[in-house]
Ligand binder design. Structure first.
Ligand SMILES: Cc1cc2nc3c(=O)[nH]c(=O)nc-3n(C[C@H](O)[C@H](O)[C@H](O)COP(=O)(O)OP(=O)(O)OC[C@H]3O[C@@H](n4cnc5c(N)ncnc54)[C@H](O)[C@@H]3O)c2cc1C
Length: 551
């Protein structure tokens, strides 16, 4: 097979042990060995690959194509037993203006931001993995991050996409007016049929589709069908009503509908003035009140990490050396001295909250921080003001890098993200959180919890000995219980990390049979031969996933 594919594309194709080893893993708890890894040079290569695999599948072949950008997915999204398609050659940033950028999916976020910052702009949905991920993965997962509370998710910034679809051709995907949709539907092409079938599917099941939208601020579970057809919207609020936007379906679809080859992405101005109030929570009883009062002041970010994360960060603080730009280990130790002292004087806090304000002037930032500090005074909490970027940096690094640190530092234990991205509305905290902790403790799990407290999105990362079968058995059992609880409170099983191998099997539990049937039909419309990333979103297999947990 490898030799044949080598003849099909001009980019490299590898199947040596080292390459297959590397592409067997992402940041999830799985290991799935591909048959080969292809590195297409350009869109022509992608088209040829898709046509080649389509022809094979028509004859009963089993080959499939799974895209990979940065490979930092936590759900097993870019893993496959067949061909992994690495987008490293799609690394051009074609244009950056004050409003938007046009870039290819293999561009790493860290490089993208360097360019957008030249115009004092950012894509404000960067995830905590900002140093590891690329645009293709951010779009395909509908990623979100610390600024999502104020700015929303990646889906809000994707204005237009180019994608190679299952017929082996490249298309532009953008919002269409009703008139444009009517014209498109009349076309007898693959594209015409695709628009017609998706439109009919949504129109026919309109109430079911609209009702399926989870009632939380962020969601990456399933296909985002509910945002595609908006009969009441119009361009700029003017003219004929009706907007049909397939970018809303493509974003978050985890590479199961086609290959993204280019994206036009909206940008926002980088705010000059910001400051942080760090809140150390001794116990969680007053957490719901603290969250409510903080949200009322409209912070740009409101993040959290727990005592386990903080403890591990202090224990392995040397791991932050490269992120904090400390000259040496002693200057780094000095940076962390106040935190060590805090623990000695006040004990280990149960949770640390980071409330960041971005305003038009430093005075306004300071006023907001002081106001919040004052509002929280009755709760007798210990707080710390970090007014400058420099003084807040170490808290952000602890928040962003804790999972990464865990992945590399804990000997004999592996990070096991399986209930890593749950979300419920913050008003449910008083009832929801104690029940959540009860479930996790009942499995005797060592775990860290960090997340977006303002959105109700928690990243729970257990540390486990995955080679032990008894430990592995806890994974489906605890998932079942945690997801039952999340769904009882109207939440979503994944706010931003997406479904992949780990969560696709639970989509029916979340959405029910009828909605999952619509997901299956959606996949069939785009990809009738099941070329793109099979087993994710639809036709998933929990047994397969559990068999592929890394040992
Ligand atoms: C330490 C750490 C912290 C994280 N924090 C966050 C966080 O705060 N928020 C968050 O949302 N996520 C987070 N993640 C998960 C992950 O990093 C993000 O979802 C990220 O956006 C994935 O990007 P990637 O380039 O690594 O994608 P990959 O892992 O390469 O792929 C992700 C998915 O996108 C698909 N894909 C990639 N390229 C294309 C393409 N060209 N066309 C179609 N499909 C494509 C893949 O098939 C796969 O299903 C974190 C991960 C780590 C390791």
């Amino acid at each position: 097979m490898i030799e044949t594919i080598k003849g099909v594309i001009s980019g490299e194709v590898s199947s040596d042990e080292e390459t297959l080893d590397k592409y067997s893993r992402d940041a999830s708890l799985f290991e799935v060995r591909p048959e080969a890894v292809a590195f297409p040079k350009d869109t022509e290569d992608l088209k040829k690959l898709v046509s080649f695999v389509a022809a094979g599948r028509k004859k009963g072949g089993k080959m499939s194509l799974t895209a990979r950008a940065g490979g930092s997915d936590m759900s097993g999204g870019p893993l496959s037993e067949s061909i992994v398609v690495d987008f490293k050659h799609f690394n051009r940033i074609k244009k950056v203006t004050g409003d938007y950028a046009i870039a290819e999916p293999g561009v790493f976020y860290r490089d993208f931001e360097k360019e957008t910052l030249k115009q004092n702009r950012i894509l404000p949905t960067y995830p905590a993995s900002r140093e590891l991920c690329a645009l293709g993965g951010m779009i395909a997962n509908n990623a979100a991050g610390e600024k999502t509370l104020k700015y929303g998710k990646t889906i809000n910034y994707v204005e237009e996409l180019k994608a190679v679809l299952s017929d082996g051709k490249e298309y532009v995907i953008r919002p269409l007016t009703k008139k444009e949709l009517e014209e498109k539907i009349k076309e007898k092409s693959f594209e015409g049929r695709l628009y017609r079938d998706v439109y009919r599917l949504i129109e026919k099941n309109y109430d079911l589709v609209k009702k399926a939208r989870p009632n939380v601020s962020k969601n990456s579970a399933g296909y985002n069908l509910w945002d595609v057809w908006n009969p009441d919207a119009s361009v700029g609020g003017k003219g004929d009503k009706g907007i049909f936007d397939l970018t809303k379906l493509f974003v978050g679809s985890q590479g199961t509908l086609g290959f993204i080859t280019e994206a036009k992405i909206g940008l926002v101005e980088k705010q000059k003035y910001s400051g942080l109030l760090v809140i150390f929570m001794k116990d969680l009883e007053v957490l719901p009140d603290v969250v409510k009062k903080t949200l009322a002041l409209k912070p740009a970010s409101f993040e959290s990490f727990d005592d386990h994360t903080f403890g591990l960060a202090l224990k392995f603080f040397t791991g932050f050396l490269k992120f904090l730009g400390a000259a040496n280990i002693f200057s780094l130790a000095i940076q962390f001295l106040p935190e060590f002292l805090h623990v000695v004087l006040h004990g280990m806090p149960k949770m640390i909250l980071l409330a960041e304000f971005e305003e038009k002037s430093q005075e306004e930032v300071d006023r907001k921080i002081r106001e919040l500090d004052g509002v929280l005074e009755p709760y007798n909490l210990s707080t710390k003001i970090a007014r400058t970027v420099e003084s807040s940096k170490k808290y952000w690094v602890m928040r962003r890098e804790s999972f990464n640190l865990l992945r590399h530092r804990i000997k004999g234990m592996k990070t096991a993200p399986f209930v890593d991205d749950i979300i419920v509305r913050p008003e449910h905290y008083p009832e929801f959180l104690p029940k959540l902790y009860d479930i996790l403790n009942s499995y005797n799990l060592l775990f860290t919890v960090a997340g977006h407290i303002g959105d109700g999105n928690f990243h729970i990362i257990p540390l486990m000995k995955l080679e032990n079968e008894e430990e592995r058995k806890k994974i489906p059992a605890a998932s079942e219980e945690v997801y039952n609880l999340v769904l009882k409170y109207g939440g979503s099983i994944t706010a931003e990390h997406n479904d992949g191998l780990i969560r696709s099997p639970y989509l029916e539990k979340m959405y029910g049979k009828k909605v999952c049937k619509l997901f299956e039909e959606t996949k069939k419309i785009f990809d009738p031969l099941n070329i793109f990333n099979p087993g994710k979103k639809v036709n998933s297999d929990l047994e397969f996933a559990l068999e592929h947990i890394k040992r």
